[in-house]
Design a protein. Sequence first.
Length: 480
Amino acid sequence: MTSLTMPPVAEETIAAAEHHADQIERLLERKDVVVRHLDERKLYESDALNSYTAVPMLVVLPYTTDDVAKIMAYCFREKIAVVPRGAGTSLTGGALPVRDGIVLSMARMRAVLDYDPASRLMRVQAGTTNLSISDYADGDNLFYAPDPSSQLACTIGGNIAMNSGGAHSLKYGVTTNNIVAATFVTAEGEVCTLGSAAGDSAGLDLMGIITGSEGSLGLVTEVTVRLLPKAPGARPILLGFGDNASAGSCVAAIIAAGIIPVAIEFMDKPSLQAIEHYAKAGYPTDCAAVLIVEVEGSEAEIDTLLEQVCAIAQPYQPTFQRIAKTETERELLWKGRKAAFSAVGQLAPDYFCIDGVIPHGQLAHVLRKVEEISTRYGLMVANVFHAGDGNLHPLILFDANKDQEQEKAEACGAEILKLCVDVGGCLSGEHGIGVEKRDLMPYQFNAETLRQHYRLRRAFDAEERLNPGKILPFSEELRP
């Protein structure tokens, strides 16, 4: 976890900003592409991890790939840092600006460029929101599978940058498993086509390299996503338990039995109480933890799978059990889960949402250790996460107005992330590294591995001006 302080803006930087704004407007032959005024630029000073802020020199809002290419070429010539931004929903400071650089926002690039329901493909601009893709294809009974909790706002470009997942990633995979091609603009302003609509392409897997690279290698401006047919039906069961560890053990048992639900979501008592007060989803607030286990298929398949899930759960002594009988009940259960991060905001003025991954078999152990860690730091932790793929999201609650409490919360989060690595997991499942986890990278990777990361980054961006200060720690020793 990383703390930042920012120096005052120099007069020469202000003068340079006006010059660059004029040049970019001339280059794009538009007056509405540059945000100059301080009050407006402040809107871009942070993302959802609002503990760190920096007002950018300028904000630029292109409309097309050609616009982006011209902007990138200009910034390359003028040696200007560029921070790509989707909707600003990053929880790791992935879109934190630099004060002498520009924020390149994809907010206006949200057109559907091509749609082929027969091939189950859609090509969209990078600023298209996650949920709008499924909404567009809904009439053809198709959907886009990755579904982050922020899917109403988050963009497909940001999803690629962080390799985002969501509740249904257990069955359908994360972003990298559901995209086939992209238009990519390099640091020099060159336009490339990566991948193929056919799903296979010759040569190195450059799609795999840019997915999860957090805008540090170049900018994705267009993407072709793979759509899937909707299942005939889906039904969740809500299971309540007397303690977190029993719920975690139940998750491991379901996966070990070879059953792949479409989702297994975990919520503990603090989050349950906040969610129920906020969303009135019908959750049992007297349980220590609940699981939402959703299965899909034909009615016969659903009935069989739910019977199996119930049987597997019995040794872990569930104290509550309810199967959604109607689509309305199903939507209400998911409404509560999707509202979880907002609802937990009732419990404290601030919180950090940690994102780490662990093996299924370690869930019970890790949940016990998280309780021990939070007790030692004297901070409440609410757990809401994608249990099916071991993607933890402990929410560390604190009050930034209290002396040293943010630092204490950061230290607590770092210890939880180190725990994830210690049990065979990793630092991020879907939120990325950004600024928040940058200095923890040496805990997971040895020096030579990090040098390879640097070598790859410099192959794409030799001057390291694309989203600087993210992912890789500042260390001359690690630079090759």
